[in-house]
Design a protein around this ligand. Structure first.
Ligand code: MPY
Length: 283
């Protein structure tokens, strides 16, 4: 039985093929592919195998996006970022060998519980902040951090998945992307944007973890855009949320991107210091 480290070291070098894996149950399906639990035959190591059909890549013209996602996610090694160990292909499919997150999607836990405790929310926000600080050091902006893209491993540790919208950024970006609720004003107004969009999203997520839904939700897209542009932020009286949490949210959901709390300052914020579990685990 190979240890996890041995296999992880071996994975990037080896040429993999479908013969090396026993495919298990489907985990989910996205726009371009499906993900299955799989076991590497020799080591018995459990992974998630994301299968994307080449005809879908042609049809949706996402060559460059998929290549970028693969290059970026392969290069990122962080405890809160889902590993892409390697990939292979056959005539009609591309297979991504991904880290397996045993506890599935964070948003399902959020829907089930309605909202998270301040301890859970602060722990997840700290994990996300650490992962984003690591990404920004490597000039990567994720741009699509939302509960649907957050997974939990067997210990309940948060893992950012799906780098389909991330970019290797050296200059300001203009491409529109992401779901409406999480878009920062500068993206809604189609202005140039930079790393600070991820700081805005942390504010959105912190609000959603504590209240159960994003702050600028509205009946129509137009209304959501309007509320984002005006930063029309209000805190419901229930559930009861501490003033420190509201302070952090208010210092992230700031229209002027240069005035948003930096990732370093988030890690030092009193609410994070008081509530977050430093190991990133809080079941
Ligand atoms: C193709 C699917 C897709 C489309 C778009 C974006 C993403 C990233 C989240 C993905 N998923 C993806 O890439 N994924 C990469 C992954 C991955 C998804 C995953 N695990 C699960 O999806 C999962 C789901 C439910 C689960 N159980 C639910 C019921 N519980 C009682 C026990 C645990 C356990 C694991 N591990 N690596």
């Amino acid at each position: 039985m190979q240890s996890r480290n041995q296999l992880e070291e071996e994975i990037p070098k080896r040429q993999w093929s479908l013969r090396n894996f026993e495919i298990g149950k489907p985990l989910g399906k996205g726009k371009f592919g499906r993900v299955y639990v799989a076991r590497e035959v020799k080591s018995k190591y459990i992974v998630a195998l994301k299968i994307i059909f080449k005809e879908q890549i042609e049809k949706y013209r996402i060559h460059h996006q998929l290549r970028r996602e693969m290059e970026i996610q392969t290069s990122l090694h962080h405890p809160n970022i889902l590993r892409l160990y390697g990939w292979f292909h056959d005539d009609e499919r591309i297979f991504l060998i991904l880290e397996y997150a045993h506890k599935g999607e964070l948003y399902k836990e959020l829907r089930k519980k309605g909202h998270l405790t301040e301890r859970q929310a602060a722990t997840y926000i700290l994990s996300l902040t650490r992962a984003l600080a690591y990404c920004h050091e490597k000039h990567v902006i994720h741009r699509d951090i939302k509960p649907e893209n957050l997974l939990l491993d067997h210990e309940g540790r948060l893992k950012i998945a799906d780098f389909g919208w991330s970019v290797q950024s050296r200059s300001k970006r203009h491409t529109m992307c992401g779901t409406l609720d999480y878009l920062a004003p500068e993206m809604v107004e189609n202005k140039a944007h930079d790393y600070a969009v991820d700081n805005w999203t942390l504010g959105i997520l912190c609000y959603e973890f504590l209240y159960g839904g994003p702050p600028f939700e509205a009946e129509s897209q137009t209304d959501t855009f309007k509320r984002i542009k005006e930063v029309d932020l209000s805190f419901p009286s229930t559930p009861c949320v501490s003033p420190e949490a509201k302070n952090l949210i208010s210092r992230l959901l700031v229209k002027d991107s240069s005035k948003r709390l930096s990732l370093q300052k988030i890690m030092e914020h009193p609410w994070i210091i008081k509530n977050a579990d430093l190991m990133g685990i809080c079941n």
